[in-house]
Design a binder for this molecule. Sequence first.
Ligand SMILES: Cc1cc2nc3c(=O)[nH]c(=O)nc-3n(C[C@H](O)[C@H](O)[C@H](O)COP(=O)(O)OP(=O)(O)OC[C@H]3O[C@@H](n4cnc5c(N)ncnc54)[C@H](O)[C@@H]3O)c2cc1C
Length: 313
Amino acid sequence: MLDVAIVGAGIAGLTAARSLTDQGQQVALIEKSRGLGGRLATRRLPGTHADHGVCYLKPKGKVFQRLIEEAIAAGVLIPWQPNTYASPLGITAFAKWLAQGLTLHTGERAIALSHNTHWSITTDSGLEISAKKLLLAIPAPQAIDLLKTWPDTSTEVLTQLQSVTFNPCITAIATYAPQDPIPWQGLPIINDPNLTWIALESSKQISPSHPVLVFHSTAAFAKQQFEADDLTPVGQMLLASAAQVTNLPWLSDPTLLQIHRWRYAFPTAPLNTPYLQAGSNLYLCGDWCLGDRVEAAHRSGLAVAVAIDQSSV
Ligand SMILES: Cc1cc2nc3c(=O)[nH]c(=O)nc-3n(C[C@H](O)[C@H](O)[C@H](O)COP(=O)(O)OP(=O)(O)OC[C@H]3O[C@@H](n4cnc5c(N)ncnc54)[C@H](O)[C@@H]3O)c2cc1C
């Protein structure tokens, strides 16, 4: 039997798994996607790629700064904009680097939990994993859904989880025919109802053959358009806004356009607690505990790993 089962292989789950494994614990991660990294996400496109979730890492604390320095030394990250770091291979390279040597079950959605003398996690394919301790490293609303299958969750923790809300985001990913150089790499957009951020993704690559850009919507735009049956016109609206605010008309004329919906993109207000404990050897962590960025998820994953290591079964 495992010491710890972790649901969710985003930065929080990977960080906790890395730390617990390094302490000699038997750990396995269960991840519903085929890949890993969660919102650290890279879309593969013909001849290129783009980060359509996390765009860059911007360390504030020394611990995260050190991790980034290690990733730079390993050839995974490079400096991008001032005090920001990205990967020429796509940001999932950072998640894959953290995941080296860890036991992962990808393409497995945890759908039910039960606890007797140990935890048992059932996935949608019928896989059953047993562990002495369980960590849910997933957004709070998804944790609530999963915890509905285990009736003994403390009501205090459920109330805390229910207080966490997320804003959605719609991301457009577009490739273009070769253009004149663009004088920026990342462009925050202020006061536009539709757009909040544009990234020249190809500027992270070593020798890009053509421009690749990613456009992030405002939360208000995402809320309005989230349930649209056809996302192509939604993406075209983002490109039209981008063409207007940048004065680059060619931005509305891509060679390829893909759109991604993030239902749980950014926590609106963190809990300000590093992790939660919801009962008998059951823990929760994620960005929503401490902030809305990768560094917050990393800090939460580290803190919960210490707590799990110190708890007796
Ligand atoms: C569009 C966008 C842009 C962003 N840009 C930046 C940025 O530039 N810099 C920055 O620092 N932060 C950015 N962020 C925020 C950052 O992505 C998050 O703060 C961080 O990645 C959260 O990590 P996490 O591990 O807490 O959660 P997640 O990354 O959400 O990981 C949770 C994982 O759990 C999995 N999962 C959920 N439910 C189940 C289940 N039932 N069974 C199995 N697996 C499950 C999910 O598939 C996912 O892999 C951005 C976010 C978005 C959406």
